[in-house]
Design a protein. Structure first.
Length: 57
């Protein structure tokens, strides 16, 4: 499954009260050592949590 499909599916499963306000993001840095990546969550466009050491994004 592609990330865009997974993101839509995950965000659609959120409670009605936060749907559209909570988003999940991920990126990979292809030219970085071991293709490092990062994943984070936003709420009302404010970044809440990040995992900069995630390499399997």
């Amino acid at each position: 499954m592609q990330w865009s499909q997974l993101k839509k599916s995950l965000e659609a499963s959120f409670a009605e009260s936060v749907r559209g306000r909570v988003e999940v993001w991920a990126t990979r840095y292809r030219h970085a050592h071991e293709q490092a990546g990062e994943a984070w969550i936003t709420f009302d466009k404010h970044r809440l949590d990040a995992d900069p050491d995630r390499t399997a994004v």
